[in-house]
Design a protein around this ligand. Structure first.
Ligand SMILES: Cc1cc2nc3c(=O)[nH]c(=O)nc-3n(C[C@H](O)[C@H](O)[C@H](O)COP(=O)(O)O)c2cc1C
Length: 308
């Protein structure tokens, strides 16, 4: 990788390369320590954190589909105070930039959570206004511009010391409008996409697979839609976009980077192939070397019209 600089700065945070573990799929980093050289990664997003501990949803939580994975975890987490005391010191030692994924069940809980994180050792906050697996809060805030601004603005206000990335929902009828509103409300970056609201029926039991009825769809099935959404937002906001959705190999990541993402996150692929992210980092470096590019910022695509 010598001679190829993969580093990228987002919201003032330097990532040694543009590959970040996606929230909810890499625990708090240490869980993968025996399988992966975690220090290779550009960054790690924590599992969605809430003010109070949550035990998550009952019943089936994961269900595979052709080319996809459905989940209904329900934000199981130890709560922010325990994360900050027990997990964060270990996570910090691993090396990659640390992004805390913040969720809430009410506006007040988002603000209080953001206040705790603002005084902590995390590098960045990823505001999750797009979780389809909780009944209150979560995705409801990410579905339209006004609702998104109602949480981004106060969280921005209390997060005076930390860069704020807002994670968008692909379930919003107008994701471009929501992204633009978040940028205007003070977000330093956008990440997209979270999972698509989906459903599966168990034909043998003749009932829905998930107790919660709906679940979030991730994996290769959603990638082309996520790439399209990154593309649509690239000229609409002047803050960096972090792209994700179905990335499993270097070519997938390059698609997002060429579509306009400054960095990528990898989620479901890690479950099947824990070393995916290391291979993606090496593959991006190899691609750049072959194309004669020395810095990530040189990766770009000639803009053509929709029919081009
Ligand atoms: C099991 C599982 C748990 C997840 N938990 C969270 C979460 O807590 N917070 C969040 O913002 N996204 C969560 N996600 C969404 C992922 O971070 C990511 O946005 C989505 O899976 C699309 O990427 P992928 O296709 O690479 O998995 C979760 C996804 C999965 C599969």
């Amino acid at each position: 990788m010598s001679g190829t600089d993969l580093s990228v700065v987002i919201g003032g945070v330097r990532f040694r390369n543009p590959v970040i573990a996606a929230s909810g799929t890499f625990g708090y980093g240490r869980e993968y320590g025996e399988l992966v050289d975690v220090s290779d990664l550009g960054g790690i997003c924590t599992k969605g954190l809430t003010l109070e501990p949550r035990s998550g949803n009952a019943g089936v939580r994961l269900h595979e589909t052709p080319a996809g994975l459905m989940n209904s975890i329900g934000l199981e987490n130890p709560g922010l105070p325990e994360f900050l005391e027990k997990e964060l010191p270990r996570l910090r030692e691993l090396g990659p930039a640390v992004i805390a994924n913040l969720s809430g069940s009410s506006l007040e809980s988002y603000i209080e959570g953001a206040r705790l994180l603002n005084d902590s050792g995390v590098d960045m906050i990823e505001l999750n206004i797009s979780c389809p697996n909780v009944k209150a809060g979560g995705m409801a805030f990410g579905l339209d511009a006004a609702a998104a601004v109602s949480v981004v603005k106060p969280v921005r206000y209390v997060c005076s010391c930390k860069p704020l990335m807002v994670k968008l929902s692909p379930n919003a009828p107008d994701i471009v409008g929501v992204g633009r509103a978040c940028a205007e409300a003070g977000a330093d970056a956008l990440s997209l996409v979270n999972t698509f609201k989906a459903m599966a029926i168990d034909i043998h039991k003749r009932k829905p697979v998930f107790d919660n009825l709906y679940a979030g769809l991730s994996g290769p099935a959603i990638r082309p839609i996520a790439v399209r959404m990154v593309w649509e937002l690239r000229d609409e906001v002047d803050i960096p976009i972090v792209g994700l959705g179905g990335i499993g190999c270097p070519e997938d990541a390059l698609e997002f980077l060429l579509a306009g993402a400054a960095a990528v996150q990898v989620g479901s692929a890690t479950f099947a192939h824990p070393r995916s992210m290391s291979e993606i980092i090496a593959g991006i470096a190899e691609y750049m070397r072959k194309k004669g590019l020395t810095r990530l910022a040189e990766l770009g695509l000639e803009r053509r019209g929709p029919s081009g």
